[in-house]
Ligand binder design. Structure first.
Ligand code: ADP
Ligand code: MG
Length: 246
C-alpha cells in the first residue's frame, strides 16, 4: 500500500498577537483524504491555526507546507493558496445583496476569471449537491441558518479546493439545523475531500474523523484516532477537557 500524500505539514509553527503567544511550536500533518478534527477550549488557538493555514493570519515562525510547497507571503500570490485551501466560517459571511447563485459564482468569475456561463453551470451542480438547487435565485435573508451554511460550503467548493477548513461550522445554528450541515460535510468526507474541522460535535468527530487533535493553550497536547482519544486519553488535560464537555 502506498503512503497517502501529505497535503498539510506544519512544523514548529509559532504565532503571536503582540505579546500574546497564541500558537506554540505546533507540529501537525494532514494526509490526502484525511479528516482531522481539532478540539479544545475557547481561546486555545484553534481558529488561529486554521487561519494561518490559508494565510488569513501570517505566522511568526515555523513552516507551513501545503501540498509540498512553502508559501512566501512577501513574494507569492496568497490568492493561489487560498484557492487550494477553502474555508467555511461559523458565521457564513454570504454577500447579503447577492442571490445564492451569485454568491457561489462570485469568486470563480472574479478571482479565477472563469466564464460566467461555465461558473453558473458548476454552481448549479454544487447547489444540487448540497440540496439547495431550488434556492439558487433566493437572497440569503430568505434562508435558514443551515441553508446559509450549505451555500457557504458550495461557495467554497466552487473554487475547487484540494483542502477544506471548517471553523465551528455548526456553532451558530439552532440545534435542529446542525444535522443537515454535518450530513453535507460527511458526504464531502466520503468523496475523499481532505478536511480540517474545528467542532464541538463529538458524534461527528467519532464517526467521520481519521484523527482528533486536542489543543490547550496554544499547544497540541494529544492526538489520535477518535476511539483512542475519546475512550483512552493519555494526558490528564485531555481527560479533564473531555469530562468537561461530555
Ligand atoms: P479558539 O478558536 O480556540 O477559541 P483563537 O485562535 O480564536 O482560539 O484565539 C486564541 C487566542 O488568540 C485568544 O486569546 C484570542 O483572544 C487571541 N486572538 C485571536 N485573534 C486575535 C487577533 N486578531 N488579535 C489579538 N488577539 C487575538
Ligand atoms: Mg475559534
Amino acid at each position: 500500500m502506498s503512503e497517502a500524500r501529505e497535503m498539510i505539514r506544519v512544523e514548529k509553527l509559532n504565532k503571536s498577537f503582540g505579546d500574546l503567544h497564541v500558537l506554540k511550536d505546533i507540529d501537525f500533518t494532514v494526509k490526502e483524504s484525511e479528516v482531522v478534527v481539532l478540539i479544545g477550549a475557547s481561546g486555545s488557538g484553534k481558529s488561529t491555526l486554521l487561519r494561518c493555514l490559508n494565510y488569513l493570519e501570517l505566522k511568526n515562525d515555523g513552516k507551513i507546507i501545503i501540498e509540498g510547497k512553502e508559501t512566501d507571503p512577501k513574494r507569492d500570490d496568497l490568492n493561489k493558496v487560498r484557492q487550494k485551501v477553502g474555508m467555511v466560517f461559523q458565521h457564513f459571511n454570504l454577500f447579503p445583496h447577492k442571490t445564492v447563485l451569485e454568491n457561489v459564482i462570485e469568486a470563480p468569475t472574479q478571482v479565477k476569471k472563469i466564464k460566467k456561463s461555465q461558473a453558473i453551470e458548476e454552481a448549479k451542480s454544487l447547489l444540487n449537491k448540497v440540496g439547495l438547487a431550488d434556492k439558487a435565485d433566493d437572497y440569503p435573508s430568505r434562508l435558514s441558518g443551515g441553508q446559509k451554511q450549505r451555500v457557504a460550503i458550495a461557495r467554497a467548493l466552487a473554487m475547487k479546493p484540494d483542502i477544506m477548513l471548517f471553523d465551528e461550522p455548526t456553532s451558530a445554528l439552532d440545534p435542529e439545523l446542525v444535522g443537515e450541515v454535518l450530513a453535507t460535510m460527511k458526504e464531502l468526507a466520503k468523496e475523499g475531500m481532505t478536511m480540517v474541522v474545528v467542532t464541538h460535535e463529538m458524534g461527528f468527530a467519532r464517526e467521520v474523523a481519521d484523527k482528533v487533535v486536542y489543543m490547550h493553550d496554544g499547544r497540541i497536547v494529544e492526538e489520535g484516532e477518535p476511539n483512542q482519544l475519546f475512550d483512552h486519553p493519555q494526558e490528564q488535560r485531555t481527560q479533564e477537557f473531555l469530562s468537561s464537555i461530555l
